[in-house]
Ligand binder design. Structure first.
Ligand SMILES: [Zn+2]
Length: 282
């Protein structure tokens, strides 16, 4: 199956009450683990590359790997730019075959974010791609993503922002943080509910690693249709490599530790798909 845009996948998820999982990857093993999980769970999935991942692997490699990975796939897969920080990055990603773009203007003052986001939406729509925008600031650390302590999304601002930028998906800040390892973050469900009442676009939850599965379910019932996942896969991958090398410090055949790490990524991605409720929604 060829790559698809994310717009219709998210609208379907919105109607049917589940979320499409978006997984970050930066190398072949992560990508293969994610795609294998989506296949086995018969789930749609968004393959997300951040500016950091693009810098690491190179745009042609990211695009070529994904096209190779989806060739035999029977589930709908999206190649998505995560946290694009400039219009030139969006332009390059569109040219490289991405089917969905995120523009993150959250570090700008509100009005400037609107203006820049309008340009980003225009660029994406002209190319026939889906566009995700961000209002409020999601905290925590993630590659080149700013955020610091974060700043919760104001529902009235979200309403005004959507009217002026018309995104296909809207990332909101409701208590999560990027790169959080422990599942101890409390979401502001009242805030999420208010935003969901005012905003029509499917909502996106970034920084989901700090959220319990129970809270994730509740967030999905309140309009979250895309859940971004990065930290949990990194953990699964790295823990596997660490434990194998601790047991066999002389191992130099990298397939002997990257292979099991890829399997660990697949297992974790399958668990995340189950948590998103997207199993058998392909
Ligand atoms: Zn993010």
């Amino acid at each position: 199956m060829a790559l698809v845009a994310s717009k219709h996948l998210l609208q379907k998820a919105d109607r049917d009450g589940y979320a499409v999982p978006a997984f970050n990857f930066a190398n072949m093993e992560l990508l293969q683990g994610i795609v294998a999980a989506a296949e086995e769970m018969n789930s749609p999935a968004i393959l997300a590359a951040s500016e950091g991942a693009i810098k690491y692997a190179g745009l042609p490699m990211i695009s070529a790997m994904v096209n190779a990975a989806v060739k035999k796939s029977k589930v709908p897969l999206v190649l998505h730019l995560d946290h694009g920080l400039s219009l030139s990055t969006l332009h390059d990603a569109a040219k490289a075959g991405f089917t969905s773009l995120m523009f993150d203007g959250s570090r700008y003052p509100f009005t400037e974010n609107i203006n820049k986001s309008r340009w980003a939406a225009r660029l994406a729509k002209r190319a026939g791609l889906s566009i995700e925008l961000e209002v409020g600031v999601i905290g925590g650390k993630e590659d080149k993503v700013f955020g610091g302590a974060g700043c919760m999304t104001d529902p009235d601002q979200a309403w005004a922002f959507e009217r002026q930028t018309v995104p296909d998906a809207l990332a909101v800040s409701v208590g999560t943080a990027h790169g959080h390892v422990k599942k101890d973050l409390g979401l502001d469900f009242n805030l999420l509910k208010k935003i969901n009442q005012l905003v029509k676009a499917p909502l996106v939850l970034h920084g989901s690693s700090g959220v319990s599965d129970w809270d994730l379910k509740k967030a999905i019932s309140l309009g979250v249709c895309k859940v971004n996942m990065d930290t949990q896969l990194r953990n699964a991958f790295t823990n596997e490599v660490r434990s194998i090398l601790a047991e066999k410090p002389d191992e130099i055949d990298l397939r002997k530790y990257l292979g099991p790490a890829r399997d660990a990524v697949k297992k974790t991605a399958m668990e995340r798909i189950a948590a998103c409720g997207s199993e058998d929604k392909a």
